[in-house]
Write a protein that binds this ligand. Structure first.
Ligand SMILES: [Zn+2]
Ligand SMILES: [Zn+2]
Length: 433
């Protein structure tokens, strides 16, 4: 059975989406947004714990039916579904920023929060309906507020602190918008690590006494040259890109300090470590060639690739088709000039980004549904300036109903269909390490 979200839930979700969109906050600073979303879900009867895993703008909201609450302590494991919300915005949108801060929701994380909210509430309503019919059973529904997706990846820190192991969801759901022509449920996300190389040399007069200098800028250039050669010898989907942060102060001084930041991305997290060693060797080699010392600093958070759970994705796809068909019929009856499409595309490794849900997908069966705004985004895609209007559009609001419906329906199957739940778990356990 595919669940449709009610008009009341839709109205509240649109309100949430718009409220967050109008007050965009950057990674780790989403105080107002997290507080607001937590308030909204608490009003639906969820118990909210704020500041989980030591992150001020992270929270867990939990709902369990009253009748099942007392059974949950010593009974068999309680089927659990978690919906993930993100709410950080992006900087640098100037006059397009709705509140004049320069920040904006060009990645649509306002919509992600609203879709997660609507899915959680819709699933809760379905469980309550079943209870009324005497078909209740102990279950748990979670809405997890996750900060800083755009930068250091709040979910990575939350995974490291053991939050998802502790919550132990049977399935995790998140939806994202995209300007791509069709929806996509089986997505590539590349593993990613972020490195800083700092070369220390020796300053001297660049013309009078260059023989006394040790050139840290040369070390940067040679590192870039080494990586350029390495590029031919890595697996498809590996991406190497970076920038110079500091490369000298004046033309007449041999630069004694050179700093570069570099991203290494790879199709799998284990392969990422192998490529990283080669990239580090390029920096070490450059240090040796120039006589510099090199310091290698690695960011604490490594983004993992996405482990797609095929049984989960296949079931979500069935619900997508059913809900899109229902929407098509409704559009015809209402005389609406658009209907949601149920068309799915295959993802492409070569255009894959990275995302912190990848780390969650190593902790629990995870669904990451990307929903297409193509009919209204005219070729623009997330992070584009033109995309900002899309993330708060009428169409995005309508699409939110579809996304929330797909996630709530698949979530209901997880809670009520023991065989399906076991199938998703089995597929999860069978995946590569
Ligand atoms: Zn983004
Ligand atoms: Zn995003």
């Amino acid at each position: 059975m595919s669940l449709k979200i009610t008009d009341r839930t839709a109205e509240k979700a649109f309100f949430i989406s718009r409220e967050l969109w109008e007050h965009p906050e950057l990674s780790g600073e989403e105080h107002r947004s997290a507080e607001f979303l937590a308030e909204q879900i608490a009003a639906e009867g969820f118990q909210v714990t704020k500041g989980v895993t030591g992150l001020e703008t992270a929270f867990v909201a939990e709902w369990t039916p009253v009748r099942s609450a007392d059974k949950s302590s010593d009974g068999p494991e309680v089927p659990t579904v978690a919906f993930l919300a993100e709410y950080d915005a992006l900087p640098g949108y100037g006059e397009l920023s709705p509140d004049g801060s320069g920040n904006a929701h060009a990645c649509g994380h306002n919509w992600i929060s609203a879709a997660a909210y609507a899915a959680a509430v819709t699933l809760k309503q379905a469980v309550e309906e079943a209870e009324k019919k005497g078909e209740g059973r102990p279950v748990r529904i979670l809405l997890v507020g996750t900060p800083a997706e755009e930068t250091w990846g709040g979910k990575i820190s939350m995974c490291r602190e053991g939050l998802f192991r502790e919550l132990s969801p049977d399935a995790v759901f998140e939806a994202h918008l995209s300007g791509q022509p069709k929806h996509c449920f089986t997505n590539y996300l590349l593993a990613l690590t972020n490195i800083r190389y700092t070369f220390r040399g020796k300053a001297s007069h660049a013309s009078a006494h260059p023989e006394n200098g040790i050139n840290a800028l040369d070390a940067l250039n040679l590192t870039f040259a080494g990586i350029a050669c390495l590029r031919q010898h890595v697996l498809p989907g590996t991406k190497l890109h970076g920038k110079i942060v500091e490369g000298g102060l004046a033309c007449n001084i041999i630069p004694d300090t050179g700093v570069m930041d570099y991203y290494v991305r790879a199709p799998k997290k284990d392969y990422l470590e192998k490529v990283l060693e080669r990239v580090n060797d390029c920096a070490r080699g450059a240090a040796l060639m120039t006589g510099c010392r090199v310091e290698i600093g690695r960011d604490e958070n490594t983004f993992y690739d996405m482990r797609n759970n095929m049984p989960l994705n296949a079931r979500a796809e069935e619900h997508l088709r059913a809900l899109a068909e229902a929407d098509r019929e409704a559009a015809a009856a209402e005389g609406r000039d658009f209907a949601m499409s149920g068309e799915i595309r295959e993802d492409d490794l070569f255009t894959a980004p990275s995302g912190d849900i990848g780390n969650v997908s190593y902790e629990a069966p995870s669904f990451y549904g990307v929903f297409s705004t193509a009919p209204v985004s005219g070729g623009a895609d997330i992070h584009d300036r033109e995309y900002l209007a899309v993330t708060d559009s009428e169409y995005a609001h309508h699409l939110l109903k579809l996304a929330a419906g797909v996630m709530a329906s698949t979530g209901l199957d997880i809670l009520t269909d023991d065989c399906f739940r076991a199938q998703c778990r089995e597929a999860f356990l069978k995946q590569d390490p």
